[in-house]
Design a binder for this molecule. Sequence first.
Ligand code: ATP
Length: 294
Amino acid sequence: MNTVTVKAYAKINLGLDVLRKRADGYHDVCMIMQSLELHDKVTIHKKKDEGIVVRTNLSYLPCNQDNLVYKAAALFIQTQGIKDGLFLELEKYIPVAAGLAGGSSDAAATLIGLNQMYQTGLPLVELQKLGVKLGADVPYCLMLGTALSEGIGEVLTTLPSMPACTILLVKPDISVSTKYVYENLKLNESSLHPDIDSMKKALSNRDLYTLTKTMDNILQSVTVKDYPIISDIKDKMKELGALTSLMSGSGPTVFGIYQNRELAKKALNYFRKHRNYGKQVILTTPYWPMQEHQ
Ligand code: ATP
């Protein structure tokens, strides 16, 4: 096999709680992750001469060792003793620096692709051990679906699939640093923590309505204050029929959950016409790796 293509799926956080800051500077989190149909594509080719070359359709992304596909490929060939050179083509469709784990998912897809290409047969847990060295979200991006993510993101448990729905994404034209958000998160007795247990129960009951009423992201307490555009988008999505709307990860992307696809399409058209909310507006659905919900 000289060429392999793997899809790299985006994720949203249906729930995001931060439990504590750890001595090593990381935070212990408790998150409910959901992958989306929205995806990038990573194509890997063997090449004759040594070294890794990356090409991407986004001119502003690094193509050197700062790109997560490069990092993932370098880690894989080094740990598996592979001598070939590699040419990696990255087609980006997931908004960048958006809270949608685009880079982490590209890294995960690269590991999966190389594991196939070289028939190294590494089981998921071994790929996840490699993946966590590249980023806390990479272990989840290797498994996908609906999952509980704990620790720094590396302790993963499969959850019952999120019920079918349509999801609207709007990324405001602002950049929000993940480091800034975590540094400015105040955790004390009066912090309002999302009710992750109720969300898990709603998932078990396949109850989209209760799920959306309990969804929450503690990081919004930082970003909504500093970037009012985030609440403007959330409010507008609800006004346009979303069951709920929430910021994903450390932002700034906001997603709205729609039970009715026609309403979601109307909301999409509204945001496409009113570009002051953000120029990146995407309609998608949850992605389930096994499609076991149908
Ligand atoms: P997360 O939700 O995991 O915090 P994110 O959506 O906020 O991820 P990414 O899109 O992964 O953020 O990108 C964060 C930064 O990483 C960007 O500023 C970009 O320069 C760099 N980067 C490196 N490789 C990639 C890649 N393959 N795709 C996107 N960004 C990348």
